[in-house]
Each structure stands twice: as structure tokens, then as C-alpha cells.
Design a protein around this ligand. Structure first.
Ligand code: NAG
Ligand code: NAG
Ligand code: NAG
Length: 493
């Protein structure tokens, strides 16, 4: 509004006022003029202010657009492929910067920006290992008590269960060391287990070294060098002397240890002290070649849930990956379907324009309605499969059968690499001479380079039976690829 109240308009108003006023009102007019002038000045000032505001607003809009753009690009880089900031394992941190020295680092095994918050871990850069700290690392005396598991201590890790599981699944190997210094304090005595540990799922375990087994043993039991031959752990000798069992548990599917239980230390002369190592993981499962699953994609560093293409056994598959879950979780990968990828599209439809009566010769064609991929050679009549896959062929046409009191016929054969794999035929004994339709369909698994053609197998040539055609085109030979075995293609390319 203000903008349109321009100087010429105001002048016109003033003139109008001047003309319509009487002479004795002159002073009044002058006053009014001054008043109007003041108003005009005021309005002009407002217009200026308005212009300034409009410009400021435009500038702010530009800045806002820039910020939004920046956010878009930064979020897409950090979420599609692992961002620069927080690595998932110490190994990954080291790969990013080989000069890093051992110490405490922030990592985010379940992926940056999703899942649980990052965890603070010890990185041993000489081993490339990641260790999760817990509240029971120092040697801990189990005190005195009698019953199995009367001493029980839960182990609290400085990381969520999900982060520990993610680290475990990312790593090629995880382990945890455990040592029990004992004095007349058996872990197992007379087939009664006084000590055990609980795995990540809370299940009781009785092995104190090595991989998962349901049997009670310590390292000396595995090495067969315990202090007594009849025990599986030194401590089980239950002798009033200082003994020790030390081992490393290596089954990452049951680690980490969530609880330690001991007993049979009720005597004053008995004692037990446990020392539990950190949950330590090394290595990273390497993905070679194309990703074959959501898990592969996850290992590569994808964190944005969505539909992905992965290489299946024969075809590319479409899968939904839910990266808010871990590979071990149900629903992490959902199969959607096969992707209909054709590295060499192949579709043909050919016809004849004239009759043909040669046997043991691939039937040639004259008209090419469609020949995408050029796999069909009209002159030779031979189709060459460009790729390994499943193909469909269909043939139909007519045979001329002349007047005859005996039965006459035409036999058509479908050939793969020179071997007849099926035939169709028509027969008739006609008093007028007749045209009969033959047809044949087939679905074939072919290897790249396989040859397919049709031949007249037999037609009693001397009697005047032949494959009939003319410019109306009665012979139809179609073929196309239904499904390419893309994995085979990629292996041979
Ligand atoms: C435990 O983790 C938290 C973050 O989750 C961290 O702030 C704290 O320093 C860690 N404690 C130890 C002892 O590393
Ligand atoms: C566990 O113990 C059972 C019976 O004592 C034995 O048959 C089996 O071989 C043992 N398994 C291992 C891994 O030592
Ligand atoms: C069939 O073949 C004979 C020679 O064997 C030829 O004379 C004749 O024209 C042929 N007929 C047709 C319809 O092609």
C-alpha cells in the first residue's frame, strides 16, 4: 500500500485541495500543505525502511537455503558410507589413521547416527584390537561360602548389549581371559559344579578355556597337564596348596561373561580369587567381491535402512535391510524378489516369405520383425544364446499336403547344438490337397553360445509335402530370454 502513494499522486491531491478551497481558507490550505508534506516525509521514510527489510529478508532466505543444502550433503555422506568422525571398531580407526597410538577411543559398532550411543573402549593399536572395559577387572576375592555358586558376581560392561553384539559380529574373533587362583577351592568336585559362569544370554557354562563345549574343563584339562591326572582343572585337585587355572574363552557366540559363580570356600584355609580380562575383539570380516546380503552391506559400512540389490545365487536379488537391527536379529534382512536383469536383452520374432523343403538344414528366415540383441541369424537360421539363462521358443507354421489316398506328413524338429530335443508333426490323407498347422513350444536352460534352430526332419519329399509359406507369412518363430543367470554371466565376463 505505502509503496503506491507516490509523489505525483500526492501532488495531484495537493492541487485538488488548493483549487477547491476558498481564498480566506488560504492559511488553512498552507497548514494543510505542511501537514501533508510531513506525512509524505514520514511515508517516504517508511518506504525506505520497507525496502531495507525486504532486502534483509531475501538475504536470510539465501543463507537458510545454503544451510539446508549443507545439511543435506553432509547427512547423505555420513549415513550412506561410514562418516569420518566415529569408527565402528578400533581396527577401523586404525585403518583410517595408521599413526594412532593405543589408548581410549570412542567407537560406534552399531553404526553412527543409529542404534545406541557410541562407547568408550580401549584400542590396542599393536594388535588392532578393541577391548570393552568392565567393573570386575581387578583380582577379586570370592570370600568364604559353602554351596555351589554361593559367591555370585554380575559383570557390568561399559557398553550396551547391542553395541557389544555389534562389535562381536563385526570382528573376526573375540575372546576373554579368565584366571582363578585357588587354595583348596575346587571349581568342580565329585561331579558337583561349585563354579560356573554365565554367558551373554545368561546360560551357565562350565568350560574355562577354549571354544564352546558343555563339558567342564580348564586349559590344563585341554592340554592334559593338570596337577592330577583325574581332574580337568588344577583347582579341582582340592589340595591345600596355592593352585591356579588360567584360560582364554574363544567362542564369541557366547561371550562376554556376564556373571561369575564360585563356592566351596567355606574353610578358613580355602580361598579363591578371580581375575577376568576385558572383552577383546580383533579383525574385521572382510567382504570380497559383490555384496551378497544385508550383512555384507552392513560390514562395508551401510547404515541407512532401505531396499538394496545384492548378488544372489543366480540372479540379482532385491532385499530390504533394516540397519536399526543387527545381522543376528530377526528381520534384519527381508527378501523382496529377484531382479530381472538382462545384460544382453534377447527377443526375436522371424517369419518366412516362401516355402521350404530341405531336410537336415536349419530353416532360414527372410523377415525379421524383432531381433533385439541380434542373437537370431536369419540366413543360417541359427539362434546363439548370448548368455546363460532360461529361454522360451515357439514355432508354428503350415505344411502343404497334396492329394493322396495314403497318409502323408511333415515332421519339424527343434535342435539344441545339433541334438533334436523335440518335434511336432502334421499328417493327412486328403482328396483335395490340404494345409495343416504344426506348432511347438519349449522352455530351455541354455549356456552362453548354445545354438538353437528348427529343421524339417522328414516330409516325404517325393510325394510333394513341404513347409508352405508365401508373402502372407505363415511361419512364426519366436524366442526370448526369460531369466538370465547373471551370476554365471559375471563369472565368465
Ligand atoms: C564408560 O563409558 C562412558 C560412555 O558410555 C564414558 O563416559 C566413561 O568414561 C566410560 N568409563 C570408563 C571407565 O571407561
Ligand atoms: C563331553 O563329555 C562327553 C561325555 O563325558 C564326551 O562324550 C564328549 O566327547 C565330551 N566333549 C568334548 C568336546 O570334550
Ligand atoms: C522341393 O524340392 C524340389 C527339389 O528337391 C524342388 O524341385 C521343388 O521346387 C521344391 N518345392 C518347394 C515348394 O520348394
Amino acid at each position: 500500500m505505502v509503496r503506491y502513494l507516490t509523489a505525483p499522486v500526492l501532488a495531484a491531491v495537493v492541487v485538488l485541495v488548493a483549487l477547491t478551497c476558498s481564498a480566506d481558507a488560504a492559511l488553512n490550505v498552507e497548514e494543510q500543505l505542511q501537514l501533508l508534506q510531513a506525512k509524505v516525509n514520514q511515508l517516504e521514510a517508511q518506504v525506505q525502511q520497507h525496502d531495507i527489510l525486504v532486502e534483509k529478508f531475501a538475504r536470510m532466505e539465501r543463507v537458510l537455503a545454503e544451510i539446508q543444502n549443507e545439511q543435506k550433503t553432509s547427512s547423505s555422506t555420513s549415513s550412506s558410507v561410514r562418516g569420518a568422525s566415529i569408527p565402528r571398531t578400533c581396527k577401523e580407526a586404525q585403518s583410517g589413521d595408521p599413526t594412532l597410538s593405543s589408548g581410549m577411543y570412542w567407537i560406534d559398532p552399531d553404526g553412527q547416527g543409529i542404534g545406541d550411543s557410541p562407547i568408550y573402549v580401549y584400542c590396542d593399536m599393536t594388535k588392532g584390537s578393541t577391548s570393552i572395559l568392565h567393573d570386575s577387572e581387578l583380582p577379586t576375592d570370592v570370600g568364604h561360602c559353602m554351596d555351589p555358586g554361593c559367591y555370585s558376581r554380575s559383570i557390568n560392561y561399559n557398553a550396551s548389549i547391542k553395541q557389544i553384539a555389534a562389535l562381536s559380529q563385526l570382528s573376526s574373533e573375540c575372546h576373554q581371559s579368565i584366571k582363578y587362583d585357588c587354595n583348596f577351592a575346587p571349581i568342580e568336585l565329585n561331579d558337583v559344579a561349585f563354579g560356573w559362569w554365565n554367558d551373554k544370554d545368561g546360560n551357565s557354562k562350565y568350560f574355562w578355556s577354549g571354544g564352546n563345549t558343555d563339558n567342564h574343563t580348564c586349559q590344563c584339562g585341554i592340554d592334559k597337564n593338570c596337577v592330577e591326572t583325574y581332574v580337568k582343572c588344577n583347582c579341582d585337585a582340592a589340595a591345600p596348596v596355592k593352585l591356579s587355572d588360567e584360560g582364554v574363552i574363544t567362542d564369541k557366540n557366547v561371550l562376554p561373561i556376564t556373571r561369575l559363580n564360585f563356592g566351596r570356600t567355606q574353610l578358613d584355609t580355602s580361598s579363591g580369587v578371580h581375575t577376568l580380562g576385558r572383552f577383546e575383539c580383533t579383525g574385521q570380516v572382510a567382504i570380497s567381491g559383490m555384496p551378497r546380503s544385508c550383512e555384507d552391506l552392513w560390514r562395508i559400512g551401510h547404515t541407512m535402512s532401505g531396499l538394496y540389490s545384492v548378488m544372489g545365487a543366480e540372479m540379482v536379488e532385491s532385499v530390504y535391510c533394516d540397519f536399526t537391527k543387527l545381522p543376528s536379529d530377526a528381520g534384519f534382512q527381508t527378501f523382496i524378489g529377484f531382479e530381472d536383469i538382462k545384460s544382453s536383452p534377447t527377443y526375436f520374432y522371424v517369419q518366412k516369405t516362401s516355402s521350404f523343403n530341405q531336410t537336415q538344414t536349419p530353416v532360414p528366415f527372410e523377415i525379421e520383425k524383432v531381433n533385439i540383441g541380434g542373437a537370431m541369424n536369419l540366413q543360417t537360421g541359427k539362434f546363439t544364446a548370448p548368455r546363460s539363462g532360461t529361454y522360451f521358443f515357439s514355432l508354428s507354421g503350415i505344411a502343404y499336403i497334396p492329394v493322396s489316398s495314403t497318409r502323408l506328413g511333415l515332421w519339424m524338429g527343434l535342435y539344441v547344438n545339433g541334438i533334436q530335443i523335440g518335434r511336432s508333426h502334421v499328417t493327412d490323407s486328403s482328396s483335395t490337397g490340404d494345409y495343416e498347422t504344426y506348432s511347438q513350444q519349449s522352455t530351455l536352460n541354455l549356456q552362453a553360445g548354445d545354438l538353437v534352430w528348427i529343421e524339417i526332419v522328414q516330409h516325404q519329399e517325393s510325394t510333394g509335402v513341404y513347409l508352405y509359406d508365401d508373402p502372407w507369412h505363415y511361419t512364426h518363430f519366436n524366442g526370448w530370454i526369460l531369466q538370465e543367470h547373471i551370476s554365471n554371466t559375471l563369472n565368465t565376463l
